[in-house]
Structure formats: structure tokens, C-alpha cells
Design a protein around this ligand. Sequence first.
Ligand code: SAM
Length: 244
Amino acid sequence: MTGTTDFGFEKIAEEDKARRVAGVFESVAARYDLMNDLMSAGLHRLWKRFTVEQSGLRPGQRVLDVAGGTADLAIQFARRVGASGEVVLTDINPAMLALGRDRMLDAGIMAPAVQCDAEHLPFADAHFDCVSVAFGLRNMTHKDRALAEMHRVLKPGGRLLVLEFSRVWQPLQPLYDAYSLKVLPLIGKLVAKDSDSYRYLAESIRVHPDQEQLKSLLEQAGLERVEYFNLSAGVVALHRGYRF
Ligand code: SAM
């Protein structure tokens, strides 16, 4: 018998989480980019740009974008590593991955798009200079397994970048709670005709590890020199750790 895990504020059987998360992203895929811009007032673009800047990537290097969805990060990474480098976009969800692949092609980027679960990455050990996961980790059933897999595929000296919602600066918490638990589902209902999925997204942020807890998870997965950067008063944090 398997244990339980969180699905937003709900407790569900571990084996049901991947299917429930798939339902959310199946439902939001078509409006995903528009909703990201609306919900974050465009801030997600700045958070992602900061992430790419912290990657330290150079032309010719190899990058794996896990749970890459509509390929915002993969497109920027591809411009950094150039034609001699390699970017691989992955996602568990075919609808999100198809959008990502199309967006890369529209941007003139030929890169593999691989459908896979972050908990079982189909790549060789020590293959990538950089692995990234943006707004994906909190949807994974076993975050420890996913982080161990990301560590495994990193080359010695390579870095993992985890961009994720985190714990906002305490004085802003009431305002942020009102926005994310009331306003977000309403925008989801009006624009994407799906308040439940956006309620899940807001709730899943609440039950996700905070900055220090996530730092510990990265260290337990074997990453070293782990540090984090709070963005927008901790609404989001970028964690960076190295494999040595
Ligand atoms: N990285 C993109 C971005 O920042 O815009 C997409 C983020 S979206 C909020 C989360 C993505 O995680 C979805 O595309 C979903 O399909 C993917 N995902 C959820 N669980 C996953 C898993 N176990 N393995 C791989 N991808 C997963």
C-alpha cells in the first residue's frame, strides 16, 4: 500500500497525484501563456530571465529543461548555448509539450522535446551542464526522487536551477493570500473557464516547501553549495546547487 500526498489542500493517494496533475495541465494548456502573463502581471518573464542569467551557460553547453511546458526557459537557453550547444525540453504532459515544441520551432529552434516523468529521466548519468525546473517541482509526487534524478544527469561542475513559488515576506502574506486564493481562481474562471485548476495551483503553492526546506531537499539529493535568491519579496525563489 502506498502513502498519501498533497494535491493542493487535499490529501490523496500517492498513485493518484500524477493523474490529477495531468488533468490540471491538460485543462490549462491552451490558455497557459496568457494566464501566466495575467496572473503574474508579466513578472514571470523577469523571474525566468533572472534564472537564465544565473545559469552561467556558455556556447556549446548542454541543458535539460525538466517540466518545461511551453518552453519559455528552453528558448532562452537555446540562444545562450548557440548552435554548438544542446537543449532538451521535457514534460510529462503531451499537451504542454506539444505547445513547447511548436513555440521552439516558431522561434527557429530545432531541439528535442521528450515526454517523460521527472522522477524517471531517460538520460545518461553526468550528461548535462545545467538542469532547470521552473514551476514544476511542486506538482511532482516524489520531489526527492525527481531531485535525485536531476542530480544524476548533471555533469560534475554542472548546476541545477529550481525556480518555484515560495514563502512571501511575512507582512505581505495577508495580501498575497487574498490575491492567490480568491483572485486567481476568479481570473481562472473568467479567462480559462476553469476555477478548480487555478485553485489547485494556488493551494499547491501553500503546501510546497519554503526557501530553507527546499534548500535542504536539494542538499539531501546530493547538490552542493546550494543558495537561493528571493524574487518579488519571496513570492518566488530561485535555488541553485552544484554537482561536484
Ligand atoms: N516550466 C514551464 C514554465 O515555467 O512556464 C511550465 C510550468 S507548469 C506550471 C508545470 C509543468 O510541470 C506542466 O507542464 C506539467 O505537465 C509538468 N509536470 C508536472 N508533473 C511532472 C512530472 N512528474 N514530470 C515532468 N513534468 C511534470
